[in-house]
Structures are given as C-alpha cells and as structure tokens.
Ligand binder design. Sequence first.
Ligand SMILES: [Zn+2]
Length: 150
Amino acid sequence: MIAVEVIEQMAAIANDPDSETGGVLIGRYVENGAIALVDMASPPPGDSSAGLDWFERGRNGLGELLREQWNQPQRRYYVGEWHFHPIGRADASLQDRRQMAEIAQDPNYRCERPLLVIASPGTLRRRTARVFVTSQQRDLQEFQQDVPAP
Ligand SMILES: [Zn+2]
C-alpha cells in the first residue's frame, strides 16, 4: 500500500518532462511480510544519471538516509525502487526487470522481493502509480490495488 503522501513526493520530484527520475522506496512490512507499507519515495541520489527513457540510480547518501529511517521510533527500511517515466506508459522496461532481479539477489539490500513503483505523467495526474513486486522467480508481477479517491 502506498500512502498518498508518497505519490505527492514522486510528483514533486518528477518535475522534468524530458527526463526519467527515481529513487528508493522506504517503508516496512507488516502481517508477517504479507503487506508492504510504503512511507517514502526518496529523491534521486546525487550520483544518479538519467535521460528521456533511461535512469540509473546512484548511491550517494543512501546509507545515511537508510540509517536515519531505521532509527525512527517506527523503524523503516528499504522496500524497493521507484521510477518516473516521462514518456509512454508506466510499464516496467526490460532494464527495470533486470535491475529488480539484481536487487533481489544482492545481500546488501536484504530485500528478497523488492517493489517497483512506476509513475507516468498520466498516473500522477490521477494521483496513482503502478506497483510491481518481484516474484520468487525474480520476475515482476503487477500488483493491483484500490486507490483511495482524493
Ligand atoms: Zn523504468
């Protein structure tokens, strides 16, 4: 489940119609890991690079941000990635799928089934986004959710 504030954060960060952008998702799992609550969509780390139809998330400052979130009264941690696609639809590209499979296998992330949230200008206008979850087979499955009316 994605808090409305998270959509607002993505909309504020995704202000360039000519460039993809993105960052990490921070939140927590509840109900024995069955439900992921997303509390925050981070801005792109300073060493990220992007173009009209590609985005490579950097790492600068992420360790600090994650430590800070972990030490909140309500612990929060890395639960996945988000992207903004300025053109086309909010589909997961082959590149996106590869990246998520890599993260799922990377012990540093400690996240076996990371989420991928993709927003486009159209989804942001509707204050929504598409949500994918990395399956056990390390492929992306779209997750359907009811979006609360604004
Ligand atoms: Zn993408």
